[in-house]
Design a protein around this ligand. Structure first.
Ligand SMILES: [Zn+2]
Length: 204
């Protein structure tokens, strides 16, 4: 996937996570989504042609030592990152730690639908890829463009719906039937199991 697809997917996933946790409307919630958006393309630092490698000075050196979609896309690094962000007593603000973690994890999650897959259990040599070829979405393919466009719409509609659901009653009344649709849409993307997982992992 290209960097914009990763960024939008991270924003969408983080938003569903916050909605599932019934997060209050706050600058911290907005900052969490923004951080995830910015961090999401970073694991592709292992690819010399990636946006990150081309825009961060010296970043392309990493790809000389690490094969694409191996170490930076592994569960191992995700767990280590989690420990650094939440487990070692660095007192990183929740919004920042959660944003970084969600950005990173969302990256390999969506790379799993790529035909090449991901060496998720690195250093073990197994590549995890879509079970059937027609489910795979190639980098910069029409499928990727379509998914990215749909996710942009999704993020916008969910944001507006969540804001309306938490708006003052006067504003909700003025919105008329839109408020009912917003409530339904937010309800559809409130996943109690995800809220529980995030609570256990202290993601908020
Ligand atoms: Zn990647």
């Amino acid at each position: 996937m290209i960097h914009t697809t990763h960024a939008v997917f991270a924003a969408a996933l983080t938003e569903v996570m916050l909605v599932s946790e019934h997060a209050p409307i706050s600058w911290q919630a907005a900052a969490t989504i923004a951080v995830a958006f910015v961090v999401a393309p970073v694991p592709d630092i292992d690819q010399p042609e990636s946006w990150v490698s081309r825009h961060i000075p010296g970043a392309s050196l990493v790809s000389k030592f690490i094969r694409h979609r191996t170490l930076t896309h592994s569960l191992l690094v995700s767990v280590l990152l989690y420990l650094v962000l939440f487990g070692l007593g660095f007192h990183i603000p929740d919004w920042l730690a959660t944003g970084i973690f969600m950005g990173w994890v969302s990256h390999w999650l969506i790379d799993l639908v790529n035909p090449m897959g991901v060496q998720l259990f690195y250093p073990l040599p197994w590549w995890v890829k879509p079970p059937v070829p027609w489910l795979a979405i190639g980098v910069e393919s029409p499928g990727e463009s379509l998914i990215r466009a749909l996710m942009r719409v999704f993020v916008t509609v969910l944001t507006l719906s969540y804001l309306l659901v938490h708006a003052p009653p006067m504003l909700q009344k003025a919105a008329g039937p839109l408020e009912t649709y917003a409530l339904r849409w937010v309800g559809l993307w409130t996943w109690p199991w995800l809220g529980t997982v995030c609570h256990v992992l202290h993601l908020r």
